[in-house]
Design a protein around this ligand. Structure first.
Ligand SMILES: N[C@@H](CCC(=O)N[C@@H](CS)C(=O)NCC(=O)O)C(=O)O
Length: 244
């Protein structure tokens, strides 16, 4: 089998990986035991590089279209796919040795994906602030400019220390309490009880993002909540993905 190519965004961190969207297909590739290599693309180069390889733009609510990563190229089938969800569906269908959408759970996992996004979204300016600090200088400049336009606020007002930052932390804490309630509904460590699924990869991608971008004491704060279950869940998902 020819290795797949996963297009990802680099950072200044050791190991480079940080992006919550590109980590999902990486974990699916690992789960399914597929060989893959990474092509790193800095933020300001994404559109040009994706045009070059013929990838399509991603579509967002409100009709906005833009080039985004992850993009996956599969030289075995000539498929070229934009968007982490579509990549997961493609990989499950094309390489069905192991299922990540067992028991026809695709619809429900899609709802989980949207719900996790929605409950954490109000704290996003804080995550944008921390993300800007781990990117290369070129990518950080692009990231700050585009996110300031998106949020319609100055970078210094993303998440200043004080009441605004406290509010962002309160949102993250409430979101993790909601996730705990969902996970506690079934016996077993996964959202579907004993069945590992793409839903766990979605939860883990958020935890992974937090771990990579937050300051050590901030990540420790999250791992101290709910008897340390979030650090453990991330480790469990990473272990499960690497079992292939
Ligand atoms: N729903 C998309 C979101 C992808 C996305 O927003 N990716 C970001 C990086 S994490 C991106 O490529 N942004 C390009 C830009 O801001 O120019 C997915 O899951 O693939």
């Amino acid at each position: 089998m020819i290795p797949l190519i996963l297009y990802d965004i680099p950072s200044k961190l050791e190991g480079s990986y940080w992006s919550p969207n590109t980590v999902k297909p990486r974990q699916v590739n690992l789960t399914l035991g597929l060989p893959f290599q990474v092509e790193w693309v800095e933020y300001p180069d994404i559109a040009q590089r994706m045009k070059q390889i013929g990838a399509r733009k991603n579509k967002f609510a409100g009709g906005v279209e833009m080039y985004t990563l992850p993009v996956l190229s599969d030289p075995n089938t000539n498929a070229l796919i934009t968007d982490s969800w579509e990549i997961a569906e493609y990989l499950e269908k094309t390489y069905p040795e192991k299922s990540i959408f067992s028991n026809q759970s695709k619809g429900l996992i899609c709802v989980v994906d949207t719900a996790i996004f929605d409950i954490l979204q109000p704290s996003i300016p804080f995550h944008f602030l921390r993300t800007s600090q781990i990117l290369s200088e070129r990518s950080a400049e692009y990231f700050i400019t585009t996110k300031a336009a998106l949020l319609r606020r100055k970078f210094s007002e993303f998440s200043p220390e004080g009441p605004k930052r406290d509010e962002h932390w309160a949102i993250i804490k409430r979101a993790m309490e909601t996730l705990k309630e969902w996970y506690d509904k079934e016996e077993g460590k996964w959202l579907m009880g004993d069945i590992f699924s793409y839903a766990d990869i979605i939860t883990a991608q958020r935890l992974f993002w937090f771990k990579r971008i937050l300051h050590d004491d901030e990540w420790e704060k999250i791992t101290s909540w709910h008897d340390g279950r979030w650090g453990k869940l991330l480790a469990d998902v990473e272990k499960e993905c690497n079992r292939a």
